[in-house]
Design a protein around this ligand. Structure first.
Ligand SMILES: Cc1cc2nc3c(=O)[nH]c(=O)nc-3n(C[C@H](O)[C@H](O)[C@H](O)COP(=O)(O)O)c2cc1C
Length: 197
């Protein structure tokens, strides 16, 4: 861990060790590893336990892998094409009541999906992988490619998963940013007994 990531209070080291590197090796990965990441995501908390997250993924070596890389915008494709897996994260927009009552919007769907992604990325870190979330995606292409109806699901993000490669293997313009970023101090984000906006 770098000095930039020295926690001020005791935590499990994995929270600060996880980071969103871009330099990936281009290796393949066993499906069992990504299934462990989905398993961790599965146990995330969600409002009313609705679990609105959905994932669609391809592993390097799958016939459709390049199609998933092409779901990313140009800036992300430039480095994420070396991922071992590309995961698309979606969130269900409405409930599906079993009792025949009218569906209701799931207002917490993005929050819930974010919780699941955090579990996914931490499990990835525990297994020695980088799992890098990306909002820079092409939602229209994803909808068309995967057959995802706009009225049913939001397209939230993608995740590039892979093994860390040396920084020098990145295209030049990404190298400067390839380091663990710092964080705001807790004094700027958590307020006991009140709030400072
Ligand atoms: C919702 C979300 C969207 C993001 N989108 C991108 C992206 O499109 N491209 C990218 O390179 N990184 C993206 N990131 C990674 C963030 O820049 C990164 O998580 C942040 O700078 C903190 O760094 P760390 O993950 O290394 O701790 C995204 C992260 C999140 C959570």
């Amino acid at each position: 861990m770098t000095d930039e990531r020295k926690p001020d209070h005791p935590i499990d080291p994995i929270f600060a060790e996880r980071w969103s590197a871009r330099s990936l090796t281009g290796e393949t990965m066993p499906e069992s590893d990504i299934l462990s990441m989905f398993e961790a995501a599965r146990w995330a908390h969600s409002a009313a336990n609705r679990q609105p997250w959905r994932f669609s993924y391809a592993l390097r070596g799958d016939a459709g892998f390049e199609r998933y890389v092409d779901f990313l915008d140009d800036g992300n494709r430039e480095w994420a094409h070396k991922a071992a897996a590309v995961v698309i994260v979606m969130a269900r927009r409405q409930t599906r009541p079993a009792d025949g009552t009218a569906p209701r919007p799931i207002g917490t769907r993005a929050f819930d999906a974010g919780c699941a992604v955090q579990s996914f990325t931490l499990q990835a870190a525990m297994l020695g992988y980088i799992a890098h979330p990306m909002a820079g995606i092409l939602p229209d292409r994803i909808r068309a490619g995967l057959g995802v109806a706009e009225e049913d699901y939001d397209i939230e993000a993608a995740i590039a998963v892979g093994r860390l490669a040396p920084r020098d293997e990145l295209p030049e313009r990404f190298r400067e940013r390839e380091k663990k970023s710092p964080r705001l101090p807790i004094s700027e984000t958590a307020f006991r007994g009140g709030f400072k906006g």
